[in-house]
Design a binder for this molecule. Structure first.
Ligand code: MEV
Length: 489
């Protein structure tokens, strides 16, 4: 079983134009879609999505994508169909989704659930997908269902943060911004993105030159806003939002209610305000200095709007982990000299931070190797197979102390070990200085479910066979450790 979550999104500048090949700037918000996904023995698809009124939905995998699909099940079902087309699986899957945000607000619940599904399937079935690969398969899913859309909402759910984006993910450029001085107001009117996109398309058909000119002007101000955001010139970004709102008005996607909230916010001293997303209702956004924020919120509410408490720049899709991200690890140079102490999170997101780890290969008396399947709540290598025991050296610990602690924590065993070798190993996300030990034990083991999903003794032959047939997918560190120990070639 695996739990994942993905953030919602807010469009900051550039909506509609971005559907036609132009750039936009968007941010991920800290209200998240969550999904728990488990394997099933039978080749079925089961879905429980209470927030969109889907209960006890079940069909054979061979039928997915066919027949009448309830609206609330579409994105997860088509995501699964697209995933299976590329990566066939054995058995089936059960998905449960739940959302922290109302699907009313247009925060992108459909894209966030699509991304959650793809991320969970890939983790559960050991398919390593890059962020761009995840984007492509999720974006295809959204297009299969909606027909049109830029994909910025999919990018927000995957990459998180605040980013500059060009249609279809041609450019996805993270913008290093700490916090946006942003207020979000909801009109109370639910808008339909597909209808509004169609409306703009019709306008473009009737008056192609005018609409193209508007798009080009929007693209220009998006590019300037990107620069001004880097400079922290929020006053100018606010002004650019005002210009953007004028163009959106010309495109016919604003509404009386949106205009009322925007004008109230401006009168209360905002730097700038505009609709956010497709328009026709839904949300508006405001940039305002900290000393004006309360007055602006009051003004929005007095004008009949609802202020929605969200934080921008949220983290992209992630496995919900039980690992403490602030735990301090030991950062070393290539010769294992201590350089610094950095958090687990930093070490797992920066390959230049070589950090100390330990591992042990435990043999039983028949010479079989104990392998562990890592729990689905691990922040790294969730659901993959590792050697018998592995972990990090914490600040203040020596290698062997760390290993003895890991043996107790992961396997519930205190045993003597012999040091084999030390090596540097890097995968796509991190670089480790790893010391490898070996020992002999027949157990009994008491695996900690937060760390270990399954333990299995395999002979070196069985192990090589299962790796070759992909029945067992190893972490990079496990693969190198088993090679160093002469067990795998
Ligand atoms: C909707 O939130 C924003 C639009 O630009 C559509 C899209 O980018 O997919 C209108």
């Amino acid at each position: 079983m695996i739990k994942v979550s993905a953030p919602g999104k807010l469009m900051l500048l550039g909506e509609h134009a971005v559907v036609y090949g132009y750039p936009c700037i968007a941010t991920a918000v800290d209200q998240r879609m969550k999904a728990t996904v488990a394997r099933l023995e039978e080749p079925d698809f089961e879905l429980e999505a209470a927030d969109v009124d889907v209960h006890g939905y079940k069909k054979p995998l061979a039928e997915i994508g066919k027949g009448d699909i309830p609206k609330g099940a579409k994105f997860v079902e088509i995501a699964l169909q697209n995933f299976l087309q590329k990566y066939p699986i054995k058995g089936g899957v059960r998905v449960e989704t739940s959302s922290e945000f109302s699907s009313l607000f247009g925060f992108g619940s459909s894209s966030a659930s699509t991304v959650c599904a793809i991320k969970a399937f890939s983790e559960l079935f050991g398919v390593k997908l890059s962020q761009k690969e995840m984007f492509d398969i999720s974006y295809k899913t959204v297009l299969d269902i909606q027909g049109k859309g830029s994909g910025f909402d999919v990018a927000a759910a995957i990459y998180g943060g605040t980013f500059y984006f060009v249609t279809g993910g041609k450019v996805i450029e993270p913008l290093e911004i700490k916090e946006l001085p942003l207020i979000v107001g909801y009109t109370g009117v639910k808008a339909d993105t597909t209808t509004l996109i169609k409306q703009v398309a019709e306008k473009k058909e009737k008056n192609p030159e005018k609409v193209e000119r508007i798009f080009q002007a929007i693209a220009k101000l998006v590019d300037e806003a990107k620069q001004k955001m880097f400079e922290g010139d929020w006053e100018r970004v606010g002004k650019l939002m005002d210009f953007n709102q004028e163009y959106l008005r010309d495109l016919g996607v604003s509404s009386e209610k949106l205009e009322a909230l925007i004008s109230a916010a401006k009168k209360a001293g905002a730097w700038g305000a505009k609709l956010s997303g497709a328009g026709g209702g839904d949300c508006m956004i405001v940039l305002a200095a900290s000393e004006r924020q309360d007055a602006v919120k009051d003004a929005i509410m007095k004008a009949g709007g609802q202020v929605i408490a969200v934080r921008s720049n949220a983290q992209g899709v992630r496995v919900e982990t039980t690992d403490d991200q602030s735990e301090l690890f030991i950062v070393v140079d290539k010769d294992d000299n201590v350089l610094d102490y950095r958090s687990r999170y930093d070490c797992h997101h920066d390959k230049t931070l070589i950090h100390r780890t330990v591992g042990a290969i435990v043999f039983d008396e028949k010479g079989r190797v104990l392998l562990q399947k890592r729990s689905s709540t691990k922040d790294m290598g969730a659901g993959l197979w590792g050697i018998s025991c592995a972990g990090h050296v914490r600040k203040g610990q020596e290698y062997e102390d760390a290993l003895r602690r890991e043996l107790v924590e992961e396997l519930g065993i205190d045993m003597s070990v012999e040091c084999l070798t030390k090596f540097i190993v890097a995968d796509e996300d991190e670089t480790e200085m790893s010391v490898l030990y070996k020992g002999i034990s027949n157990g009994p083991f008491t695996p900690n479910p937060e760390e270990v999903e399954q333990l299995e003794f395999l002979s070196p032959r069985e192990l090589a066979f299962k790796v070759a047939t992909r029945e067992v997918t190893l972490t990079k560190c496990a693969e190198v450790s088993l090679q160093k120990a002469g067990i795998l070639r």
